[in-house]
Ligand binder design. Structure first.
Ligand SMILES: [Zn+2]
Length: 212
């Protein structure tokens, strides 16, 4: 009775197509077919790269909802995919940075919030998110660029704040993001961290649109 009242007052919609769904579900039956929770592993520059979903119209809508609309349900749904790649709940997560102009426009740091959500799924502590990477120098929006242009656009554009990376001990460190396309951001993050002697254990993205 209470549940049906809640459904009436606060209808729950599919994160992709907005059809009404039960409160326990994120997607309608049709959209859930495009949402995968099985973990896949590849390599980016010799570093293990974990992801669950391939990029499609459903995953794209969820990412946009989290990234551009600051939608908490969309964010936690992506965070669950990230968290399932992490075995050690004390692992440290380093978010891939957005351009400062994008952060200003949005009013929040999307990947940092996503990493925080993944830590809360892991029942960890907020200080496991090490927000040490930033974009320096001028870059264009990666959307619309091909793989080569993306690499050029980001070449030596990330810097890592080594002060935030001191005394981390032997904890596992993962770079996290919502979507890996060409892998240019992931490669640049790996490079920027290696430049301050930090070797990551892996890159984890909720979704990937890598070439086969
Ligand atoms: Zn749907």
């Amino acid at each position: 009775m209470l549940q049906s009242l809640a459904l009436l007052l606060f209808p729950h919609r599919c994160l992709s197509c907005k059809e009404f769904v039960e409160h326990s579900r994120s997607f309608c039956a049709l959209c859930s077919l495009s949402w995968s929770t099985s973990l896949k592993v590849r390599k980016v520059d010799g570093v293990p790269f974990f992801y669950s979903c391939t990029y499609n119209s459903v995953t794209s809508r969820v990412i946009l909802k989290a990234k551009e609309e600051n939608n908490a349900r969309a964010r936690i749904t992506l965070a669950q995919l990230i968290a399932q790649a992490i075995n050690n709940p004390y692992s440290l997560l380093i978010p891939i940075p957005s351009r400062p102009s994008a952060n200003r426009t949005r009013g929040y740091r999307h990947a940092t919030l996503l990493a925080g959500a993944a830590v809360s799924v892991m029942k960890g502590n907020r200080n496991q998110v090490i927000d040490c990477l930033q974009v320096t120098g001028s870059t264009r929006d990666q959307a619309g660029l091909n793989a080569h242009e993306r690499r050029e656009n980001l070449h030596h554009k990330f810097t890592a704040d080594s002060r935030q990376l001191a005394n981390l001990g032997m904890r596992e460190i993962f770079i996290v993001d919502d979507l890996v396309t060409s892998g240019a951001s992931a490669r640049e993050a790996i490079r920027a961290l290696l430049a301050v002697d930090v070797r990551v254990n892996g890159v984890i993205s909720a979704c990937a649109a890598l070439p086969h």
